[in-house]
Design a protein. Structure first.
Length: 434
């Protein structure tokens, strides 16, 4: 039975919920860049170096609680975990709008990272319960589309909110929706197909059979320690660390780069900051569709990251005197960095058995969080210390080039069948399916 004939209503029942949930998570982590461009540093007496640290503190909390959250989601309930996370992160995000001093801002940014830490791995685990191998690149993309699509509209809305009401009201207005959505999530979501009343018994049996068949060809693993020592998992974690340096250095500081590089106001800055994410959304949809169509993964990851690295390198070479050309290259870089998310996160469930794949995805995402901390801190620091984004362009370009090299280091198994690590591949000298 093909994946397209397996309960097609899953896409309409599951993916809008997944998309909205991750969108709200991303909203509350990315809007700090607008507050920074709009005067939070001046109002609270924050130096440029400290501003970089505060913006990056979110990712430290995010790093430390990835794996515990994934273990709970895999062994107990994604539904319960995300419900509590929605309430807590919405509350923390709204409280950011009432902070009166730097220590309270730093504490809230760190706690916000802690309560959002489990969301990404939990949602990836949730998708692996509901969608088959040939569907996961697209399903993962619809999840991660919450990232660029949110920043797309958030850039415009935040620009208007900051312009009309200030950064405090922006945080409050953008934190409340997560708390409201928690109720919707609880009413609409079930952890597994077997618990869904809207699926027929035959559809449940067919899905279960398809999932079991996929797992049959993957070598069993005893525990997380064995999975974490797998060379491919370690390489993917290092790859995602470097990749995230570029992504979050870009996301958090793009509004400031645009604002400082032009004479535009906050509303115009918001519109310009949105355009790279429109390009990213289109690129993600195209790449995920092609990756599932061709049953390929790696071949869609490294070219995109290489394009992003070259775009940053060209922006660096241009210097600070050609704003509009540099901005066009930033649009290209943003689209390229986002494009391969779907295929990338489809690799792990094809690589490892179900009992450890969630923890492995959490480890990889945790390393991404650490890379996000480094990227957001170093890019913010370089921008403040040099008065120009040129040095940060060079830094992000170098990080993406390392990620490209690590992509090639993740080698598929030779042969036509699944290898001992479960990574499906054709012979390397023939048509690759990685």
């Amino acid at each position: 039975m093909t994946s397209t004939s397996l309960a097609p209503r899953r896409w309409w029942a599951i993916m809008p919920i997944v998309f909205i949930t991750y969108s709200l998570a991303y909203l509350d982590r990315a809007n700090y860049g607008f507050a920074s461009a709009a005067g939070i540093n001046r109002d609270l007496g924050i130096s440029p170096g400290l501003s970089s640290l505060i913006g990056a503190l979110f990712f430290l909390g995010y790093f430390f609680f990835q794996i515990p959250g994934a273990v709970y989601a895999e062994r107990r309930s994604v539904r319960k975990l995300v419900f509590m996370s929605l309430i807590l992160w919405g509350g923390c995000a709204a409280l950011t709008g009432v902070v009166a001093n730097v220590p309270s801002l730093m504490a809230i940014r760190f706690v916000l990272g802690v309560v959002e830490a489990a969301v990404m791995p939990a949602m990836l685990i949730f998708i692996s319960h509901w969608f088959t191998k040939r569907e996961r690149s697209r399903a993962n993309t619809f999840l991660i589309l919450g990232n660029p699509v949110t920043v797309l509209w958030m850039s415009v809305v935040s620009g208007y909110l900051v312009h009309a009401y200030g950064w405090r009201h922006m945080f409050i207005a953008e934190g409340v929706p997560a708390v409201v959505w928690a109720v919707c999530w609880w009413c609409l979501v079930r952890d597994r197909p077997a618990e869904a009343s809207w699926l027929s018994e035959q559809e449940k049996r067919d899905l279960d059979a398809a999932m079991r068949a996929e797992q049959a060809g993957i070598k069993p693993m005893r525990n997380y320690a064995e999975a974490f020592r797998t060379p491919a998992v370690m390489l993917l974690a290092a790859l995602y660390f470097c990749w995230s340096i570029g992504v979050y250095g870009f996301v958090l500081w793009l509004p400031s780069i645009v604002k400082n590089g032009s004479s535009l106001g906050m509303v115009e800055t918001g519109w310009l900051s949105a355009l790279p994410y429109l390009a990213a959304t289109l690129a993600m949809l195209a790449v995920s569709w092609a990756a599932d169509k061709l049953d390929a993964r790696r071949v869609f990851v490294w070219p995109s990251l290489l394009i992003g690295a070259l775009a940053f390198a060209c922006s660096y070479a241009l210097g600070s005197t050609h704003f509009w050309i540099s901005y066009a290259l930033l649009v290209v870089a943003g689209a390229a960095m986002y494009a391969p998310y779907g295929p990338f996160f489809a690799i792990v469930p094809e690589l490892l058995p179900k009992n450890v794949s969630g923890g492995a995805m959490a480890l990889i995402n945790a390393m991404g969080a650490l890379g996000s901390f480094v990227g957001s801190y170093v890019v913010g620091y370089l921008n403040g210390a040099t008065g120009s984004p040129a040095a940060s362009y060079a830094f992000m370009s170098a990080a993406l080039l390392v990620a490209v090299g690590l992509t090639f280091a993740v080698k598929p198994q030779r042969g036509n069948a699944q290898g001992s690590n479960g990574f499906t591949a054709a012979p390397l000298h023939g048509k690759s399916r990685t």
